[in-house]
Each structure stands twice: as C-alpha cells, then as structure tokens.
Design a binder for this molecule. Structure first.
Ligand code: NI
Length: 169
C-alpha cells in the first residue's frame, strides 16, 4: 500500500515519535509499505511520521532499488557516534521543491533495532550518514530546516504559507 506523504505544516512532523515495542507481522507490513511509499515518492529515506504514523520507524535505500542489500530498516534508531563535517544540498519529501545546504557529520553510526527487535549498529559516510541523521531527526520531530539559518528557514516557511493559502501545498 502506498501512503500519501505528509507535508510540512502537519504537527505530526514536529513531535517526537513513539518508541516501537512490538515486533510483529503488522510492523513488517508497515515497513514494506514504507519502502513502497518511499520509492513511489522517489525518495532515498522515509520516516513513519511522514506517512502520518508517529512511531520510531525509518527506511533508507540510498541506491534507490539498485542494490537490494542496501535496504535499511531502522527501528528506534539513535545516532551513537559522529565524525567530521560535511555540507551538502538536502531536501525532504515532506518539504517538496525546496533544497538547502545542510552541514552534518560526514560519518555517523546509528544504533537501531531490526524487524525482529535485534539491536545492531551500522556506520555510514557521506549520503548514508546524512540519511541516518536526517531520518533519526524526523523521529525526534526535527526537520532539516532546523539546521539552516533562521533567515533561510523563515523564507521557506513564508513561501510555504503562501502555497498553503493558494491551495498548492
Ligand atoms: Ni525528510
């Protein structure tokens, strides 16, 4: 099932998501649907609040279907180690048509549970590190625009408000 992507302005995107405690078939189905929804929206990462579900679940595939082994499921993730600094253009499926340079750690290790509830750690650099940080942020109610200057952020918010008024958001 393909879920519609929730856009900026919906409060679900700005509140911390609930911890996952039950690892069952329903969770597996939801994760499958999240991959499907992410691919349909042409994204490389998706967090559950972005489909209106406030639970600590994220999916990542920076190869966009190229490599089946690149599919990563992150349940209750947290960033446990960061190193270096890297600035790159970043976007978000929930803030379509906007992109900004965001400075993040160049290397990041995420600690998370898999679909069976087993904890694992995975290290990523560059785009993968960025995806780990961006998606973990989502689960804490934080969007990438919180990492840019207040002036740029306000400009984006103003433009979005205009789009909402015009019924184009
Ligand atoms: Ni995002």
């Amino acid at each position: 099932m393909i879920y519609p992507i929730v856009k900026f302005g919906d409060p679900v995107l700005e509140k911390p998501a609930e911890k996952v405690t039950v690892f069952d078939e329903e969770l597996k189905k939801l994760v499958e649907d999240m991959f499907e929804s992410m691919y349909a929206a042409r994204g490389v990462g998706l967090a559950a609040p972005q489909i209106g579900i406030s639970r600590r679940i994220a999916v990542v595939d920076i190869t966009f279907k190229e490599d089946p082994n690149a599919k990563i499921v992150l349940i209750n993730p947290e960033i446990v180690q960061k190193q270096g600094r890297h600035s790159q253009t970043e976007g978000c499926l929930s803030i379509p048509d906007f992109r900004e340079n965001v400075s993040r750690a160049q290397m990041a290790t995420v600690r998370a549970q898999d679909l069976n509830g087993n904890w694992f750690e995975k290290m990523g650099d560059d785009l993968l590190a960025r995806a780990f940080q961006h998606e973990t942020d989502h689960l804490n109610g934080k969007l990438y625009i919180s990492h840019i200057s207040a002036i740029k952020r306000d400009l984006i918010k103003r433009k979005i408000r205009k789009l909402i008024k015009a019924g184009e958001w």
